[in-house]
Design a protein around this ligand. Structure first.
Ligand code: NAI
Length: 462
């Protein structure tokens, strides 16, 4: 069998990016993927399909709520769910085929099937054993349900089933007010479902800046999403076409029930390492079931690396991609690096949420002296014209040095705007650096500059 320099196990954003970078660096590379298409969870049943449904349902929302205000008269479009699903499928297909093309272009072998590691230096797929100098495990993650809940992917679903429901449910119960629950909850609320989110904590999107959490929940509630907060889901009783969610309110331990046509379980994901043979190899794991790696993505077994959702850190496609590139560079004898302090997080609802760096709560906890520059999209001409003035930009900077420590944006195109701050943080910029940079008018990005100005002598349009 051909001997490889690197075999990557998993063809998701972490794995395929690692494979491409390995090939670009002159390493003979293969990627093992058992799905019918490359791209992993992200392209097949995650980021990409959900963005297609978010885009389509946002268009409907615009038609229903804003078209007549702009003089666009006539009936709002009706929803053809089958066609929307076909659009989603085309979007997936276009993207996964794109990865296949990149593999061919970079002369990467796609070994189809599920891989295991019988020994360091070997990857087994089916009955074939491939020799390789290095292995990168990029096996990703799977939804983690709760005890007492059986997933059937029809009535009780994870994000995977929620993307391909046979029809739009009348009533949707979402367990967990995290990223998945709110993005998919938004899709179905816009398509006409009665959506209730049941969340264990008292705030949505754990770990996010508290002001953003509050504003975000208020806006989503205005859009018709209902919230039951401080509620611990105990179990779900599923019948053929309906299910009952049983939950306990934490404040008084009282028991409640909620009936729904579909229940989406969005209570987090867990690393997927089944079948790799890691235990027999003696690969060290963390207590949370992640593969333990050092600062160079090496496991304790020589020649075996791991990246992405299967290791520690936020379960984000772009974090996996960065680790994929860096691990490839380490294998090629270069100095791969990931700056874990500057990894943006984005929620693709409307408005979007984008954040990077430390939150105000984290700064307080660290006892750090900081200042806040905040600017509302109400003062942004472009946002007002586009009926998108809900939300704000908040920049946190060191009180003495003015160095940017974090930024939190809720508003139009927040997921794109946040990257100006990411670049600034990579360069160790101060808020004043952004404030002194000319921003085109009229753009949403002016709100970022105004927030930076607010860290100094003050925003102009506030
Ligand atoms: P999450 O960890 O973001 O949120 C799960 C929520 O469920 C938490 O708020 C938690 O308090 C709640 N919860 C847990 N047990 C509960 C119970 N018994 N009753 C009620 N509520 C309960 O997990 P999520 O949304 O499933 O996402 C999984 C991963 O996928 C995350 O790491 C996320 O970052 C990633 N992801 C990222 C996206 C993005 O970047 N736009 C999109 C989708 C997923």
């Amino acid at each position: 069998m051909t001997a490889y320099d690197v075999i990557v196990i998993g063809g998701g954003p972490g794995g395929y990016v690692a494979a491409i970078r390995c090939a670009q660096l002159g390493l003979k590379t293969a990627c093992v993927e058992g799905r019918d298409a490359l791209g992993g969870t992200c392209l097949n049943v995650g980021c990409i399909p959900s963005k297609a449904l978010l885009h389509a349902s946002h268009m409907l929302h615009e038609a229903e709520h804003n078209f007549t205000k702009m003089g666009l008269m006539g009936k709002s479009p009706s929803v053809d769910w089958k066609q929307m699903q076909a659009y989603k499928a085309d979007t997936i297909d276009g993207n996964t085929k794109g990865i296949e093309f990149l593999f061919k272009k970079n002369k990467i072998d796609w070994i189809k099937g599920w891989g295991s590691i019988p020994a360091a230096g070997q990857v087994k797929v089916g009955e074939t054993v491939y020799d390789t100098k290095n292995i990168i495990i990029a096996s990703g993650s799977v939804p983690s349900s709760l005890p007492g809940i059986e997933i059937d992917e029809e009535v009780v679903v994870t994000s995977t089933g929620a993307l391909s429901l046979t029809k739009i449910p009348k009533k949707l119960a979402v367990i967990g007010a995290g990223v998945i629950g709110l993005e998919l909850g938004s899709v179905y609320a816009r398509l006409g479902s009665d959506v209730t989110v049941i969340e264990f904590l008292d705030k949505i999107t754990p770990g996010m800046d508290a002001e953003v959490q509050k504003t975000f929940q208020r806006i989503l509630a205005k859009q018709g999403i209902k919230f039951v907060m401080g509620a611990a889901v105990q179990s779900v009783d599923a019948k053929k076409t309906k299910a009952t969610v049983n939950y306990k309110l934490r404040k008084d331990e009282s028991d409640h029930k909620m009936e729904a046509d579909v229940v989406l379980v969005a209570t987090g994901r867990k690393p997927f390492t089944d079948g790799l043979g890691l235990e027999a190899l003696g690969v060290e794991m963390t207590p949370r079931g992640q593969i333990q790696t050092n600062a160079h993505w090496q496991t304790n077994v020589a020649g075996i690396y791991a990246i992405g959702d299967a290791i520690q850190g936020p379960m984000l496609a772009h974090k996996a991609e960065d680790e994929g590139m860096a691990a490839a560079e380490v294998i090629a004898g270069k100095h791969g690096h990931v700056n874990y302090d500057v990894i943006p997080g984005v929620i693709y609802t409307n408005p979007e949420v984008g954040s990077v760096g430390l939150t105000e709560e984290a700064l307080k906890e660290q006892g750090r002296a900081y200042k806040v520059g905040k600017f509302s999209f109400m003062g942004n001409g472009r946002a007002k014209a586009n009926f998108a003035a809900d939300g704000f930009v908040k920049i946190l900077a060191d009180k003495d040095t003015d160095r940017i420590l974090g930024a939190h944006i809720i508003g139009p195109a927040a997921g794109d705007l946040i990257h100006e701050i990411c670049v600034a943080m990579e360069f160790g910029a101060s808020a004043q650096d952004i404030a002194l940079t000319c921003h085109a008018h009229p753009t949403y990005s002016e709100a970022v500059r105004e927030a930076a100005l607010a860290c100094g002598d003050g925003a102009i349009h506030a």
